[in-house]
Design a protein around this ligand. Structure first.
Ligand SMILES: [Zn+2]
Length: 360
């Protein structure tokens, strides 16, 4: 079995995944037509250029611009339900068995929805998708760095109302430079007091100091964290505190968090004992799948199957899920991996037999 087939078949956990960055281009067109949202072109092929970043995308801010059009069509209950449901189908097709899907509800109230309408709609889409595919996981509610702090407190309170119904975490994202996480400490406090787990994007659009601040305000998982490597002290702080870095190789190149894929620090982090996981970040904006990200870690960065498997298990361990669910999934993952390894061995033996003329 080649690497692509192996990584596709492997049951996977994905922790860093943006809903608005993962809308199918055909669905963008469909919903734009239905809801009268202007689109730059109705030609699906050409539309992709407005939805997909490239290696030439110059910065995080430029990368974030690719979310504008999907966000414009995600302003109604049916649209939010549909895109969440379809993402579950896409995840299942990619061999993902556990996923945490995140988005920023404040960006979806432009047509009059309440924050609670928005969250309920995505939860309904998630439930429908999970029922059909067997996918496990939940939603992470994302606050934006550029929002007034009191609006993020309101968001944390709204999100906290859905703990136990599928909302599992609270996140901070958006333009990182000049918007330190400390500004939103009240929102994090509110989120935590309501039972939400905390993750913060840091070390993507700004340097190690941003990662230090995110850890200081209590994030146990950092979105990306790749630029932390510029300061050994911060890397050590993450390792000592058991903080996890949820990285996304293709996206990290497109946002210029790393200059080239070859420079990605995820394996170096992993080998120094930092918990690190692999995600897509945005399946449409980065035009990728988790299988493809695993493949890049193997072929470009030189990660072995054992390294990648260990990072997959770290994703499961770091998941914002009940311990019982995690141990059930760990068992399922390990059994599936053992079956894959056994079938590989059997095939090697049978091809060895036929090569020596001792086949059936
Ligand atoms: Zn992200």
């Amino acid at each position: 079995m080649d690497d692509a087939a192996y990584f596709r078949a492997l049951p996977k956990a994905e922790l860093h995944l943006h809903l608005d960055g993962s809308v199918r281009p055909a669905t963008v067109l469909d919903l734009a037509t239905a809801d009268g949202v202007p689109v730059p072109t109705t030609d699906l092929k050409r539309l992709r250029a407005h939805l997909e970043a490239t290696e030439e995308t110059p910065s995080l801010t430029a990368y974030i611009a690719y979310f504008q059009l999907p966000i414009a069509i995600m302003q109604t209950v049916p649209a939010l339900e549909r895109v969440t449901y379809e993402l579950c189908q896409d995840l299942a097709a990619d061999g993902v068995r556990y996923a945490e899907i995140r988005y920023a509800p404040w960006l979806h109230v432009n047509r009059g929805l309440l924050l609670t309408d928005v969250i309920r709609a995505t939860l309904n889409g998630l439930r429908a998708g999970q029922a059909e595919t067997g996918l496990a996981g939940g939603l992470i509610i994302t606050a934006l760095r550029t929002m007034p702090p009191d609006q993020n407190v309101t968001l944390a309170q709204a999100a906290g109302g859905f703990v136990g119904e599928g909302v599992v975490g609270f996140d901070l994202a958006g333009d990182e430079a000049g918007h330190p996480p400390g500004t939103h400490e009240d929102a994090f406090r509110a989120a935590r007091s309501l039972g939400l787990n905390l993750t913060i994007h840091a070390g993507e659009g700004a340097g190690p100091e941003s990662v230090r601040q995110a850890i200081a305000v209590g994030a146990m998982r950092i979105g990306h964290g790749v630029r932390a490597r510029q300061d050994r002290e911060v890397v050590e702080m993450a390792r000592e505190n058991g903080v996890e870095f949820d990285t996304a190789p293709t996206s990290n190149v497109q946002t210029k968090a790393v200059p080239r894929l070859e420079d990605h620090p995820l394996l170096a982090y992993f080998r120094t004992g930092i918990r690190v996981t692999i995600s897509t970040d945005s399946r449409t904006v980065s035009r990728t799948t988790l299988t493809n990200e695993y493949l890049k870690v193997a072929t470009v960065l030189g990660g072995s199957r054992a390294d990648i498997w260990a990072m997959n298990l770290q994703a499961l361990d770091g998941a914002f899920a009940e311990p019982a669910l995690k141990s059930r999934l760990r068992r399922e993952f390990s059994e599936a991996e053992a079956r894959l390894a056994a079938s590989k061995k059997a095939r090697r033996q049978s091809s060895g037999n036929s090569a020596t003329g001792r086949g059936e």
